[in-house]
Design a protein around this ligand. Structure first.
Ligand SMILES: C[S@@+](CC[C@H](N)C(=O)[O-])C[C@H]1O[C@@H](n2cnc3c(N)ncnc32)[C@H](O)[C@@H]1O
Length: 407
């Protein structure tokens, strides 16, 4: 019987060295990716066109393979680069020396008396951070920006540790698929109230642990491209031998919603409207203005090659036109992606898509079946879906691996 199989979720990744640097709920399982990459010949060139936090790239590099990653979100592109980079001893020493300086009790920049610091333009910021923690994070960010050369490997490592602090000091709870807030009652999530020395110790510990993990050499080579998987660029040389990826699921989950705090603090988002614009450009995004744009969205007019697709849309439209458009647009985007992917693969290349089904009102969207039909329509052969695990939420919800071969 297929169960919820924790090993096939992002959860065990948190204790897997670099894989645990920053959590993203929809990140997929390191073990699953290892099982699939282990089947490939040593010279294989792998592509993940929806790479998120870079799980595929890091596993591929650990296995000595070449891997290209594509993601549309500039923060995730930055993070995947940092996570899969090679670090020299000097880089790590620079990061550690900077972190020690910042965490030192006499560090000038961290003192209360220093000038007021910048805070990100996040709406309702007081829901995210208690004022004391907010002021501390602001000083920490300024200290990091001054502690290492801009964009240097050390600077990047310090900023990832900063992102960890941003979440550890926040009121955000990530117990569900969509994140929620704990009451901002002055209680601190990890530390005693106001104990900034402990926070700085925690920051130093994070940088030490990351430096240790970053010192492990990676055998393979990873290239991270900021791009749109609806128009997959060809690799610099030849064609890809395999694809393993987990695209967005059509479940209204917004990556921007979860990533917002990092993106604002690190300057990847500067104004609130930018979040909606980015989510609209992503497949399956529904954050902010993306929702109202769906109201005006019109299909291209080529039917989705799945015989029950219109009935499925009508079932959803009976409750919500906007959700029906959301599902329609999602599968049009995936079709465009698969057609574009076909031309960058060698004949015989294997593709693996980890997808989740979804349910709106009483209509179950058999996402895995629709992928099988879209792959078949794009010219792939041996297209099939296999259930991977059940999800905790509703009982019909599950994840699947959809696989196919390029003819
Ligand atoms: C399920 S997540 C991938 C998670 C990844 N497997 C990991 O382990 O972190 C899907 C990713 O697709 C990205 N995405 C959405 N639309 C995209 C597009 N049009 N082109 C490229 N990436 C896109 C999102 O930014 C998100 O990072």
């Amino acid at each position: 019987m297929t169960t919820t199989r924790r090993e096939y979720t992002f959860k065990p990744n948190q204790t897997e060295g670099r894989h645990g640097w920053l959590r993203l709920t929809p990140a997929y399982s390191v073990q699953l990716v290892r099982e699939h990459l282990a089947q490939l010949p040593a010279e294989s060139h792998v592509l993940d066109p929806f790479s998120g936090t870079g799980t595929t790239g890091l596993v591929a590099a650990e296995c000595g393979l070449r891997c290209d990653l594509i993601d549309i979100n500039p923060f995730l592109v930055w993070f995947a680069r940092v996570k899969t980079a090679s670090y020299s001893r000097a880089d790590l020493e620079t990061a550690l020396a900077a972190a020690r300086g910042i965490a030192h009790p006499d560090a000038r920049i961290m003192s209360h008396g220093s000038a007021p610091h910048w805070v990100p333009p996040i709406r309702n910021i007081e829901r995210w951070w208690h004022p004391k923690r907010l002021a501390y994070l602001s000083r920490l960010r300024t200290a990091i920006l001054e502690a290492a050369p801009v964009n240097s490997p050390a600077w990047n490592l310090l900023l990832v540790a900063f992102c960890r602090m941003v979440i550890e000091l926040s009121n955000a709870a990530f117990n569900h698929q969509s994140m929620s807030f704990k009451a901002n009652d002055g209680q601190l999530s990890l530390f005693g109230d106001g104990d900034e020395a402990l926070w700085s110790e925690r920051f130093l510990r994070l940088v030490r642990d990351m430096a240790e993990e970053a010192s492990q050499p990676l055998a393979g080579a990873v290239t991270v491209i900021q791009g749109d998987a609806r128009h997959v660029p060809p690799p610099a040389h030849g064609t890809y031998d395999a694809v393993i990826t987990s695209p967005p699921y059509p479940n209204r989950m917004s990556y921007i919603r979860e990533l917002r705090p990092y993106m604002y603090w690190l300057g990847f988002l500067r104004e609130t409207h930018e979040a909606g614009t980015l989510d609209w450009s992503a497949i399956g995004g529904t954050w902010g203005a993306a929702t109202s744009k769906l109201l005006r969205w019109q299909p291209l007019g080529h039917p989705i090659p799945y015989s029950q697709f219109d009935a499925l849309l009508s079932g959803i439209a009976a409750h919500s036109d906007i959700l029906a458009s959301y599902i329609h647009r999602y599968f049009e985007d995936i079709r465009t992606h698969l057609q574009s992917l076909f031309s960058v693969l060698r004949s015989g290349a294997k593709v693996f898509y980890v997808v989740g089904n979804s349910k709106f009102y009483d209509t179950l969207v058999p996402v895995e079946d629709i992928y099988v039909h879209l792959l078949d329509d794009a010219g792939f052969v041996n297209c099939r879906a296999e259930m991977l695990r059940k999800r905790n939420s509703k009982k019909e919800l599950a994840e699947f691996v959809v696989s196919a071969i390029k003819r």
